[in-house]
Design a protein around this ligand. Structure first.
Ligand code: UDX
Length: 444
């Protein structure tokens, strides 16, 4: 099939490349001409495992353009995969979705199925259909489908090619037929429903996962007070198949481009419809507090961070990506700087993006060793494999005051128990094998 994809961010580009991999002829449209040029040279504009390889492998089936005519005039299917960023009031900004709808309506010259893949509030596909009909230049038949994606950054290609389900929100048999044709090579079960339900599935699924994380984080905070270990608790809970073990890793909260935005958007949608989603509201609130949890822990040792040498390991919202959106590092590091700390950071991929936001206030290091050398406290914000595999004894050897405050539970307590450090983590007891830690720091 001839498929055009509007938007070349995570959703658009990954979808395009996976559709090409399955044999379709794909045209990627983006208004950013520089990005188009870059992709035409076979380069991926985002860091995503396997993406560039698939772009190169399928280069004969993928075109990149910023010309509306080329993208929208004759395709069988148009996928809308543009961003729906959060507005100040928490609702989703649908400007880009509507711009594409208007543009394609004015260009399209043959019958076409339009897929809304961006995460959009319930009812948006109806509005997209209306907008297209109002702006059509030619007498053509248009079907609009809601087909949300469930890809995670870092595993986006795998998540798309081996998805657990393909959700199809369709209003006509013809639309369903086209969708089945498009996905015929994927061998993934379908969930067939109407458009509003498909749109709701996406938000309800994402927000449920966010809620699960906030839930385990609250349990973790209580575990610390009552002497329980959250990892054992999560394992014991997760073995019940009704609960499931995934997304029960306690930490300093969820970040990224989806959970924070989608929880707020659903909460907003509920309020707009005169109802309140109390569980989602709680998930948002818990997450906001959890992001600053390590600072609360550090306050036991420091009244202020003034002149304190701070090491930060991990900047991105999760490992495997250079994305900093809603990353806890962005909430915490400004507090350190505001209080006059001397901050050194390390991240294997995210440092360059971070440098754009903080070009000179902090020191960027090439290795974990260099970062922790002479530090008085080390904060861990992202569970990169390099951090997990780092020799824990080196904290005791290299730091001036070996206090490690780990927001991602990178080290087993048994291991930390043998190291000459003070080790604080989430939902687990504090290890205190360096008796002077407290007094050294507070005597400053
Ligand atoms: C998420 C969804 O997983 C995906 O289905 C959706 O389409 C987009 O949003 P993503 O944001 O890429 O994907 O990352 P994910 O792996 O889900 O992690 C999100 C955040 O939750 C990260 O900050 C991560 O650290 C945190 N998290 C995840 C936890 O704190 N604990 C967990 O157990 C799992």
């Amino acid at each position: 099939m001839k498929i055009s994809v509007a938007g070349t961010g995570y959703v658009g580009l990954v979808t395009a490349v996976c559709l090409a991999e399955k044999g379709h002829l794909v045209t990627c449209f983006d208004i950013d001409k520089n990005k188009i040029e870059y992709m035409t040279e076979g380069k991926a504009p985002i860091f995503e495992q396997g993406l560039e390889e698939l772009m190169i492998k399928n280069k004969d089936r993928i075109k990149y353009t910023s010309d509306h005519d080329e993208a929208y005039r004759h395709p069988d299917v148009i996928v809308i995969g543009v961003g729906t960023p959060e507005k100040k009031d928490g609702s989703a900004n649908l400007q880009y979705v509507y711009d594409v709808s208007r543009q394609l309506a004015q260009t399209i010259e043959n019958d076409c199925t339009v897929i809304v893949k961006s995460t959009v509030p319930v009812g948006t596909s109806d509005k997209v259909e209306q907008l297209i009909r109002d702006n059509l230049k030619h007498h053509v038949n248009i079907e609009v489908v809601s087909n949300p994606e469930f890809l995670s950054q870092g595993t986006a290609i795998k998540d798309t090619l081996n998805a657990s389900r393909i959700v199809l929100g369709v209003e006509t048999p013809r639309a369903l037929e086209v969708m089945k044709q498009m996905y015929s090579e994927f061998n993934i079960p379908y969930v067939i429903t109407n458009r509003n339900s498909a749109e709701m599935i996406k938000y309800a699924a994402n927000d449920f996962l966010a809620l699960k994380i906030s839930y385990i984080n609250e349990i973790a905070n209580l575990c610390e007070l009552v002497g329980a270990n959250v990892e054992d608790v999560a394992r014991g809970m997760g073995m019940d198949p009704r609960i499931g073990g995934r997304f029960l890793n306690a930490g300093i909260g969820y970040g990224g481009s989806c959970f924070p935005k989608d929880t707020k958007a659903l909460h907003w949608l509920a309020k707009f419809n005169d109802c309140e989603l109390k569980t989602i509201k709680a998930a948002i609130e818990v997450n906001e507090n959890q992001k600053l949890r390590l600072i609360t822990k550090a306050r036991k040792y420091f009244d202020s961070f003034h002149n304190i040498n701070i090491a930060v390991l991990g900047l991105t919202f999760k490992p495997g990506t250079d994305d900093l959106r809603e990353a806890p590092s962005l909430d915490n590091i400004p507090v350190f700087l505001e209080e006059g700390a001397k901050v050194k950071v390390w991240d294997p991929i995210g440092a360059n993006n971070f440098r754009r936001k903080f070009p000179s206030e902090i020191m960027y290091c090439e290795s974990i060793e260099e970062t922790i050398k002479d530090a008085e406290v080390c904060f861990i914000f992202t569970e990169w494999p390099e951090i997990r595999q780092f020799d824990i004894d080196k904290y005791g050897k290299l730091m001036k005051n070996p206090l490690v405050i780990d927001g991602r539970n990178c080290y087993a307590l048994e291991l930390a128990g043998e190291a000459r450090i003070v080790y604080e983590s989430i939902g687990r007891k504090t290890i205190s094998n360096y008796k002077n830690a407290y007094s050294v720091v507070t005597s400053k």
